[in-house]
Design a protein around this ligand. Structure first.
Ligand code: HEC
Length: 685
């Protein structure tokens, strides 16, 4: 008996030892450097642990920025969306690109030092909500860490780019993907996943930086109560759910923001939307904790510390996943250590970083989903009219599922005290899908994305769907009010960089890289970059010269030309002339469908195709073909070979045979032909 008991104790001890984390690195990029990055370096996604994206460099200023020019540029080998912020350490610039590839350049000359390709299968595209993007790498010790779209966490050698270890870390590759930048501290690598449009159960986990072994994992939503709860935080959260939520995962994925705060030893992260979006589809009532929240856990153990839910009862895809910035601000005469956040729901939040206590909030764009925010608790009072699934009618809600502000990083200047938010201004007509059933392929949101084709929307015309726009907003996080704003004609403009030279840099959807004065928002300089920009710029210095770097490559109104651009004072570099814009002329075959086919095709398109090919068959994303222009429309057989047989699966267009029959594909073809003819008749392109 005794021996046996000892054996068990030894096993438990061994298991505990196995979980003992490696010590943090003492060479290369260390915790101390990440806490206070050397002036000329940019060591993690948000520059250092504070995630302020503020460069203390002062060579480029509001006085001389007009003399900034291109120092060097590098063409990237994929023309999908680029979302990464470059990192710079010890004279080397590290980036990740679409399909989770990593490249290292000489930061002064632009010479390529090495490139790593994890060879993500292109079919993975169907499991990623929003393109094959990657937001960046982490540097730690002598390694580079990257998460891959198909759910691997990979450690590379900083010098050679060789793989040190690689582990599949997601629970399954059907519902989970990784696009976020890992963060590092205390010998650990922190990463979560995407997947809340599929059947993912959100989590964040810590992995040993040396071995890749999992050290702890914190789920953001409860699992099936019948299986027991992992911890008391899950048990508590389960009380805020009804129905069979776990069958569809529940969502709440940690797909972007992770902030390690050394002052509190907490890891703060933002959670994504509840899944499915439409709560009625899973019999869901209540707050659905901890979705659309900021959550804090102990960095050593992953134990729950606090949470603050920004969007209760999320049904609009109001992720709270956007970057969380830590700052010390004077509020009411007191120094407060705060967490600053501008989530998709359109309110800016200032919270106590140690306790999560609500300090203040204010709307930074027009919104109508909340009637207001409780001044004491910070809880939003939901506008009943925004609960679209209750009425079953179309509910125009602002902001929308692409967010008042999403992953495009904001920045904070301690010099001005302001936050620079790349914001979106938009309304979307939410409509619950009727007779919805879960499926194995595509988004499982249970919304009707054929909503724009509905007779009510068609009759209401353009007024019902005003074109979305953007704004660069300078926000005071203490007074909770806007200080200045630059209106931008298109939404989804790039992230921002604030510098000690009284500057804010931002790339735009329409293809300019712009510098504004940080205090007043005066436009001081711009450079045509030939491509939409979504990613955020960063700044570094080598041999006394300050550089500003940014990745270009986004759909949008201009073409996607994916590049790494690096600027400096007196730079004389030139971009090659842009390829000629191909004039888009709609030339569809005649429409021969029936009304029944048209309605069926519209609904199927909204369910299975819109996420990549755009609402109502207009490709806004730009990275995937606009089907109204496709030659495959001419021939039912050709269309079927692509859609049912998966002829283009190696380029990311998988087979939909599991969901669609040939007559369904034909209905979709007829629908797209009708859309193309209607747009042509209106003089559209
Ligand atoms: C996960 C993203 C994704 C989804 C969802 C998707 N597609 Fe595609 N589709 C693509 C990509 C990427 C391509 C381009 C493939 C290539 O370059 O060869 C493409 C190409 C096509 C083409 C060929 C266009 C041309 O002329 O080159 C057709 C037709 C098409 N898709 C139809 C559909 C239909 C119909 C649906 C819904 C049932 C759908 N797609 C859903 C990503 C997607």
């Amino acid at each position: 008996m005794k021996i046996k008991a000892l054996g068990v104790a030894a096993l438990i001890l061994l298991a505990a030892c196995g979980k003992h984390p490696s010590p943090p690195p003492s060479q290369g990029v260390t915790d101390a450097m990440l806490q206070a990055a050397p002036e000329g370096e940019w060591l993690s996604y948000g520059r250092d642990y504070n995630e302020q994206r503020f460069s203390p460099l002062t060579q480029i200023t509001d006085k001389n920025v007009t003399q900034v020019g291109l120092a060097w540029s590098a063409d990237l080998d994929t023309a999908r969306g680029q979302e990464a912020t470059p990192l710079m350490h010890d004279g080397v610039l590290y980036i990740s690109t679409a399909w989770s590839m990593v490249k290292a350049y000489d930061a002064k000359t632009g010479g390529l030092k090495w490139a790593y390709d994890p060879k993500v299968p292109r079919e993975t595209l169907i499991r990623a909500c929003c393109d094959a993007v990657n937001r960046g790498v982490a540097l730690y010790g002598d390694k580079v860490y990257v998460g891959t779209l198909d759910g691997r966490l990979v450690a590379l050698d900083q010098k050679s780019g060789n793989v040190v270890w690689s582990k599949t870390v997601v629970p399954n590759q059907q519902d989970y993907s990784i696009t976020g930048a890992p963060r590092v501290a205390k010998g650990k690598v922190f990463i979560g996943s995407g997947g809340a449009e599929y059947k993912a159960r959100g989590y964040i986990a810590a992995y040993d930086a040396q071995s890749g072994d999992e050290l702890w994992k914190f789920h953001t939503v409860p699992g099936n109560p019948a299986d027991g709860f992992e911890n008391s935080a899950m048990e508590k959260a389960a009380k805020s759910w009804t129905g069979d939520w776990w069958k569809l995962g529940g969502g709440g994925t940690v797909w972007d923001s992770i902030t390690y705060d050394p002052a509190t030893n907490l890891v703060l992260f933002g959670t994504g939307n509840a899944e499915p979006w439409n709560p009625a589809a899973a019999g869901r009532e209540g707050d659905s904790l901890y979705t659309s929240s900021i959550v804090a856990v102990d960095a050593d153990t992953g134990a729950y510390a606090w949470h603050f839910q920004e969007t209760p009862e999320d049904r609009w895809d109001f992720d709270s996943a956007a970057q969380i910035t830590i700052a010390d601000l004077n509020i009411g005469g007191q120094q407060r250590h705060v967490a600053l956040h501008a989530p998709k729901n359109g309110f800016f939040y200032t919270l106590d970083a140690k306790t999560g206590a609500f300090i203040s909030a204010g709307p930074f764009v027009p919104q109508n989903w909340a009637k207001g925010i409780d001044a004491k608790t910070g809880r939003a009072e939901i506008n009943p009219a925004a609960r679209y699934e209750k009425s079953g009618a179309i509910a125009p809600v602002a902001p929308t599922f692409f967010g008042a502000h999403s992953w495009q990083p904001m920045s904070h200047s301690p010099a001005t005290g302001l936050i620079y938010i790349p914001a979106n201004i938009a309304v979307f007509p939410y409509l619950a899908a009727k007779n919805w059933k879960a499926d194995a392929i595509g988004w499982q949101s249970a919304l009707d994305f054929s909503v724009l084709d509905k007779p009510a929307m068609q009759q209401a015309g353009a007024a019902a769907t005003p074109a979305p726009s953007g704004a660069l907003i300078a926000w005071d996080p203490v007074a909770q009010k806007q200080v200045w704003q630059v209106a931008l004609p298109a939404p989804l403009n790039g992230g921002t960089l604030a510098t000690a030279g009284n500057l804010v840099f931002q790339g735009t959807t329409l293809g300019d890289f712009v510098a504004y004065s940080a205090d007043k928002g005066a436009k001081l300089w711009s450079f045509p970059v030939q491509s939409g920009v979504g990613a955020a710029p960063m700044s570094y210095a080598i041999d006394g010269i300050q550089y500003v770097a940014v990745l270009t490559g986004q759909g949008g109104a201009s073409q996607n030309i994916s590049r790494l651009l690096v600027f400096r004072l007196g730079g004389t570099g030139k971009l090659p002339p842009p390829p000629p814009m191909i004039a888009r002329v709609l030339d569809p075959p005649p429409y021969t469908g029936t009304p029944a086919q048209l309605e069926h095709g519209s609904e199927l398109y909204g369910r299975y195709c819109f996420a990549c090919h755009g609402l109502s068959a207009v490709s806004q994303v730009g990275n995937n073909p606009d089907l109204r222009h496709s030659a495959a429309l001419d021939d039912a057989k050709a269309f079927g070979i692509v859609v049912i047989d998966g002829a283009l699966k190696h380029n990311g267009m998988v087979s939909f045979a599991s969901a669609l029959k040939p007559e369904d594909a034909e209905a979709i073809r007829q629908y797209v032909i009708k859309r193309a003819n209607d747009d042509k008749a209106r003089g559209g392109t």
